[in-house]
Structures are given as structure tokens and as C-alpha cells.
Design a protein around this ligand. Structure first.
Ligand SMILES: [Zn+2]
Length: 257
């Protein structure tokens, strides 16, 4: 495909007027494949916005089933979906909204033994899980596959965002900030079921993840080496810069092999 279809030129006419967006941006998005790990409060808005933005292929990975307590923030699900696989329901719903996007649903948990095969063949991975251990496994697999990774998390009124790009020297990685060899920090591993989460706060972090994903896929510079901390009550956004950590067991502190 050397130029967008006539329909896409009309559909994305407003988007095309924005700075740093071109017909090439549309082509890049249409030819991109993204894995979203976790189709919950973060993964639902991420998947919805990426499909709406014209993404070519989306792989949704989540072993869980829809529960009634998910409905306030997991916006692709309704009451009739309870008890069904989240990945399957989300794929079906997105397919009716945006049939141009090819969607694959995998009702599986990402583990150390299957992470590389589940995430291979993608241009970008978005971590929308709520577990420290899963995030470490995804970070390591992305480093091996040399695929950029957008990590988000949310708890109560606050959230965090981090972009890792193993293709860039000196990018650092999740394990540079939260070493795999450390004890699992309890607060990082706190699922929202234990501490609670505000639907709009987690939705905002999901949209930030989708925003960073679009930028990376369109070829804009990946904002690596920074951890954003978001607080929804004050609308505060703080940036913490970090360097690759020498001796990091995943990236070695170099960002490239
Ligand atoms: Zn590292």
C-alpha cells in the first residue's frame, strides 16, 4: 500500500491536519501490529483508541473473564458480558466498531515461558496488566524481541507511565527502575481489587498509553528514560528522569546488547 485509501483520507481528514501527521502516518498505523496485554481498565481504552486511530492489527491478551465489578472502568464490556472471556468480548466489540482492524483474541496469561511467542511479530507492546511479575516478564521479552513497550499502571487516583525502546541505545528498561532481583514492591504489585481505583484516573492513564503508542508507531521520537507520575485529583503530572542502571539483569544498563 503506497497511499491511504480514499475512505481513510476522508475518515482521518481532521487527524491529517494536525502537525507531524501525514499520509505516511496513516500508512504506518495501518501496517502496524500491536499487542495489548491486559484488557481491563487500561487495556479497554488503549484498544478502543488504537483501533479507532486506524491500527492494522491488534492482539488482545487476557486470561480473565468479565466481572460485574469491572464495568465502571472497563468500557468495552456490558452486563450481558459477565462470565465471558475479556479478550474475546473486546475483540468482538471492536470488530463491530472498526472492522478494518484485524483483531486477535488470546485468553491466556503471559508467563516467562510463553511471553516471547505471544508478543512476537508485533511492532509495539502495551503493558496494561496490574502485576509487577507480569510486567517484568513482558519487559524482558520486549528487550529480547527488540520491540518498544509502553507501560501503564493505575491505583486509586494516581498512575504511572513509562516508555521503553530496546532499539535505542541508553533507553533503559522497567527493570532499571524496579530491579527484578529485588523483593516485589508490595505497592507496585497491588491489584486494584485490594486498594481500589478510580475509573477516570485509570482511563486517563490508558489514553496516555495510547497517545505514546501512536507517536512511536508514527515514527516520532520515543520519550524514553522518563517515568511520568500522574495524580488525577490535582491533575498533576510529574516527570522523573532515570538512566539505564548498570548491571540491570535485563538490559545490562546499555539499552542494547
Ligand atoms: Zn534495564
Amino acid at each position: 500500500m503506497s497511499q491511504p485509501s480514499d475512505e481513510d483520507l476522508v475518515r482521518f481528514s481532521r487527524f491529517l491536519l494536525a502537525p507531524e501527521v501525514s499520509e505516511d502516518s496513516l500508512l504506518r498505523l495501518r501496517s502496524s501490529s500491536v499487542a495489548v496485554v491486559g484488557v481491563g481498565g487500561l487495556g479497554c481504552p488503549v484498544a478502543l483508541y488504537l483501533a479507532a486511530a486506524g491500527l492494522g492489527r491488534l492482539r488482545l491478551i487476557d486470561p480473565d473473564k468479565v466481572e460485574i465489578s469491572n464495568l465502571p472502568r472497563q468500557i468495552l464490556f456490558g452486563l450481558d458480558d459477565t462470565g465471558r472471556d475479556k479478550a474475546q468480548v473486546a475483540a468482538a466489540r471492536l470488530g463491530t466498531f472498526h472492522p478494518e482492524t484485524q483483531i486477535e483474541a488470546l485468553a491466556e496469561a503471559v508467563t516467562a515461558s510463553n511471553a516471547q511467542s505471544l508478543l512476537s511479530g508485533t511492532n509495539l507492546v502495551i503493558d496494561c496488566t496490574d502485576r509487577f511479575a507480569a510486567r517484568q516478564v513482558i519487559n524482558e521479552a520486549c528487550h529480547r524481541l527488540r520491540v518498544p513497550l509502553v507501560i501503564g499502571s493505575a491505583l486509586q487516583w494516581s498512575g504511572q507511565l513509562l516508555v521503553v525502546d530496546p532499539r535505542q541505545k541508553g533507553s533503559g528498561c522497567y527493570a532499571c527502575l524496579f530491579p527484578t532481583e529485588d523483593e516485589q514492591p508490595a505497592v507496585v504489585d497491588a491489584a486494584c481489587g485490594a486498594y481500589g481505583v478510580v475509573s477516570t484516573a485509570v482511563g486517563l492513564v490508558g489514553l496516555m498509553q495510547a497517545n505514546e503508542a501512536l507517536k512511536v508507531l508514527m515514527g516520532m521520537p520515543a520519550p524514553t528514560g522518563r517515568l511520568w507520575q500522574f495524580e488525577a485529583r490535582s491533575l498533576g503530572l510529574e516527570t522523573m528522569r532515570f538512566r539505564p542502571r548498570r548491571g540491570c539483569l535485563v538490559c545490562g544498563g546499555l539499552g542494547e546488547e
